[in-house]
Design a protein around this ligand. Structure first.
Ligand SMILES: C[S@@+](CC[C@H](N)C(=O)[O-])C[C@H]1O[C@@H](n2cnc3c(N)ncnc32)[C@H](O)[C@@H]1O
Length: 212
């Protein structure tokens, strides 16, 4: 999905500093996109069975904690063993309905009939060559009426200079979202800072969608 003249064989690779990131965001609340999706489910007829969410790129668990708190079953996935170790050590979770996996997006396999796939600030870190397969896995796993919520990066994001980050133009995003009804599609395009305090231009899509 990446495009644009800046992508060449010599494009730099993104420097991953996940452990520093986990330290920096420790104690932060769940993402607004997740809260909106959970709220939308709560207005629907309550399911007789326990609902199942997949929290992709769960990190140290800021979103997983909230989904468990709302009595869902959660499959929390992250490619970084330290993320899963930190999540499992948390004292503020009940692990009865938590399954954790150290798995990279490039090898992701999901069960069928998932109610929610949450992917906060993580899918862009899937290498572009593997993104289409990852997205297909997510869409296929969701039941009709299930939701995806999370974030993708737009093509004006300053990290689009990195060859191993996936970013999407607005038309590309609309194509990805074709199997869904859009409940939130909010685009941010402004200078800001990362969680580690570095300056960057954010071109970000905040997404909550419901599978048709
Ligand atoms: C920016 S953090 C987001 C963590 C959390 N979801 C949040 O909102 O704070 C991105 C997470 O994605 C994970 N990640 C990055 N690339 C990945 C990949 N290719 N496969 C699996 N996980 C990956 C990282 O280990 C990290 O925990």
């Amino acid at each position: 999905m990446n495009s644009g003249p800046s992508i060449t064989a010599n494009s730099p690779h993104f420097q991953r500093r996940w452990v520093e990131y986990y330290e920096a965001i420790a104690g932060r609340p769940p993402r607004d996109t997740l809260l909106m999706a959970l709220e939308l489910f709560s207005t629907e007829l309550s399911a007789r069975r326990r609902r199942t969410a997949v929290d992709l790129g769960c990190g140290e668990g800021r979103d997983t904690v909230e989904i468990l708190r709302q009595n869902w079953r959660v499959i929390a996935v992250d490619g970084e063993p330290e993320a899963i170790a930190r999540l499992r050590r948390r004292s503020d979770i009940n692990r009865t309905y938590l399954e954790t996996r150290v798995q990279r997006f490039e090898e992701l396999t999901l069960p069928p009939d998932v109610d929610l796939v949450n992917a906060s600030f993580c899918l862009p870190f899937c290498p572009p060559a593997a993104f289409a397969q990852l997205w297909e896995e997510i869409v296929t796993a969701l039941r009709p009426g299930g939701r995806f919520c999370g974030h993708l990066f737009g093509d004006r994001d300053s990290w689009s200079a990195y060859c191993d980050i996936s970013f999407h133009t607005r038309p590309q995003l609309e194509q990805l979202l074709a199997p869904f009804e859009i409940e939130l599609l909010d685009e941010e395009d402004q200078p800001g800072k990362t969680a580690l305090g570095d300056e960057k231009h954010w071109h970000l899509y905040n997404i909550v969608v419901r599978k048709r």
